[in-house]
Write a protein that binds this ligand. Structure first.
Ligand SMILES: Nc1ncnc2c1ncn2[C@@H]1O[C@H](COP(=O)(O)OP(=O)(O)O)[C@@H](O)[C@H]1O
Ligand SMILES: [Mg+2]
Length: 270
């Protein structure tokens, strides 16, 4: 057994949700958004799911656990904000539509400073985002996990009571392998997979409406079916999306690509 497998075995045998939430927090459902690698749109999907649930009237939060590559503040256009500390803990920053967000950026003096910490320090920061942030009452908290299926996401599953996982992939990625890794990790951690999002899946010509699979035919349905995942969405590569994320206006997106995910989350127990 490799060191990694051994570690996973130990942690799965002894699930440790010992990180106590802040006394002022009551978080009903925690959804982890996971990807096989960076740059596939994990933060985008996190932000869009949070926006959808917030629009439906639920108290919504985003915990940016991608400590070395935090992009949630920029997507929501709050990257210049600083988190305020009160006696009870750290107060999350509110987005324009009222989503509560915590990111390492809000604690750095300069948001462009690189975070060059090692694993244990990063894990400590994520735990503190759970224990020291005054989240208040939250119906849905979305966790933008660090990319991959290694140590960093593992730490989060050990520390936070994650209720479900959304997997984000791109069509170029070895989808089947990524899904299988995520499924294995989820099984070991006893967390259900809610569904898979294939981002940058196709491009629709703005002039003629023709849909092109830029990276070849999608295999996402097959990969999902193989692991018994019935919820799949495909997001197009769309310049309007990059414009909204660049301008920090993701809360204005107006597409129904992830509506089926919001419907599923709405019936989730919490
Ligand atoms: N479907 C899409 N259409 C256009 N641009 C996209 C799309 N998905 C992601 N992007 C852009 O790609 C970049 C990476 O996305 P991001 O969500 O930050 O990825 P990750 O969190 O997985 O690293 C961002 O600049 C984003 O605007
Ligand atoms: Mg990201």
């Amino acid at each position: 057994m490799s060191e990694r497998q051994e570690q996973v075995r130990q942690t799965s045998q002894k699930p440790d949700f010992s990180v106590v939430p802040n006394a002022m927090s009551n978080v009903k459902r925690v959804i982890g958004v996971m990807s096989g690698k960076g740059g596939v749109g994990k933060s985008l999907v996190t932000a869009m799911l949070a926006t959808l649930m917030n629009r439906r009237g639920y108290r919504t939060a985003v915990l940016d656990a991608d400590i070395t590559g935090p992009s949630i503040p920029k997507i929501f256009g709050v990257e210049q904000n600083k988190a305020e500390a009160i006696e009870q803990g750290i107060v999350p920053v509110r987005t324009k539509s009222g989503i509560a967000v915590m990111s390492i950026n809000f604690l750095l003096e300069n948001p462009t400073d690189p975070v060059v910490w090692r694993g244990p320090l990063i894990a400590g920061a994520i735990r503190q985002f759970w224990s020291d942030v005054v989240w208040g009452n939250v119906n849905y908290m979305f966790v933008d996990l660090p990319p991959g299926t290694g140590d960093a996401p593992l730490t989060i599953f050990q520390s936070l009571p994650v209720n479900g996982i959304v997997i984000v992939t791109s069509p170029q990625a070895l989808v089947s392998m990524i899904v299988s890794k995520a499924v294995k990790m989820a099984q070991m951690m006893n967390v259900p997979i809610i569904g898979v999002v294939e981002n940058m899946s196709y491009f629709t010509c703005p002039d003629c409406g023709k849909q092109t699979n830029i990276f070849g035919e999608s295999h996402i349905q097959d990969a999902a079916a193989k692991y018994g995942i019935d919820l799949v969405s495909r997001l197009p590569l769309d310049p309007r999306i990059s414009a909204l994320t660049d301008q920090g206006l993701i809360e204005e997106f107006d597409e129904d690509w992830l509506t089926v995910f919001a419907d599923r989350l709405e019936v989730m127990e919490g």
